[in-house]
Design a protein around this ligand. Sequence first.
Ligand code: HEC
Length: 128
Amino acid sequence: MLLSRPGRAAALAAAWTALGSTAAADAELAAGERVFRNQCMGCHAVEAGLNRAGPTLHGLFGRKAGSLEGFNYSRAMREADLVWTPETLDAFLAEPNAVVPGTIMVFWGLRSDDRRRVIAYLEAAAAE
Ligand code: HEC
């Protein structure tokens, strides 16, 4: 389990409002957590200050791309005129190199249901 108990409760409460049922919300977040584990966690954490091969995704939404202190981004990411929102992340995860040409994130892209799920998970798990 990646989320602490209070974090998970908050995540479920947020997803409850969005989806209108705990069972559906729970399933969606669990699926998003699985996508994160399988596709992102090798390079990214959601904890503050924990950079791996990729920068931590803690506090991602609302942050300017390539702006974390202490992470050695590509020039492409640093100079990208992009703020992370569910929409910009969705486009990036579909085709990273089309959204940030020259990014050093080696990733082939995720299909749309997996993008929706991992974004829902990150909105809950990577929030400030
Ligand atoms: C093979 C390692 C790897 C994998 C797997 C990976 N990333 Fe990355 N990611 C990186 C690297 C390296 C960067 C920095 C890219 C750059 O500077 O061009 C990055 C950058 C990012 C950024 C920009 C962060 C910022 O601070 O601007 C986001 C958002 C992101 N990744 C999300 C994801 C998500 C979500 C997944 C899983 C679906 C994922 N990444 C999978 C290595 C990876």
